[in-house]
Structures are given as C-alpha cells and as structure tokens.
Design a protein. Structure first.
Length: 94
C-alpha cells in the first residue's frame, strides 16, 4: 500500500494594483499584491495551504517586499495606499 502526498508551491495574484514611483529604481510602475503558499494534497486532492506569504511586487525592476497579513488585508480593502507602499523597503535581485 502506498500514499501519494504532495506539497506544491503556488501563487495567487490579487486584484490589488497601484501605480507608484518605485523606491528601488525610481521608475513609475505598477505594484501588485501576490499571495504565495504551499498546497498540501493527498491523492491529488488539495487539503490546505501552508506558509502563506504576502508580497508586493513592482513591474518595472522586479523589486519586492514581504508584508504581514493585516497590511495585505488593509490594502485589499483600500484602507492603505501609496504612502504606505512608498515607505516600505523593496529588495531586488541584481
């Protein structure tokens, strides 16, 4: 008897989009909120999500910043805006 258990990484792009001046490169670009997680499946049936992370990603240079769940929910509701995003420290790969 054998069991098929998988854990696959997935990402979900939310409806949040904001245009800002990128703190990393200075270009005016689109910022998206992306939720990444690992999905645990048993016999190809998804059971639940593990290790959720909320990431803001800029389209110009690929700079990103991880934020906490409460900030992500506030962004989706429209309670936080450009001032909050501009104050974050974005990182980009060289």
């Amino acid at each position: 008897m054998f069991f098929i258990v998988t854990c696959t990484p997935e990402e979900e792009i939310t409806d949040f989009r904001e245009f800002i001046s990128c703190p990393a490169c200075g270009a005016y670009c689109k910022t998206e909120l992306i939720i990444t997680y690992s999905r645990l499946s048993f016999f190809f049936i998804p059971l639940f999500k593990l290790n959720k992370k909320y990431i803001l990603k800029n389209s110009c240079c690929g700079a990103f910043c991880e934020i906490d769940k409460s900030a992500a929910e506030a962004l989706l509701k429209g309670e936080l805006g450009k001032d909050y995003i501009s104050s974050l420290n974005f990182t980009r790969f060289m």
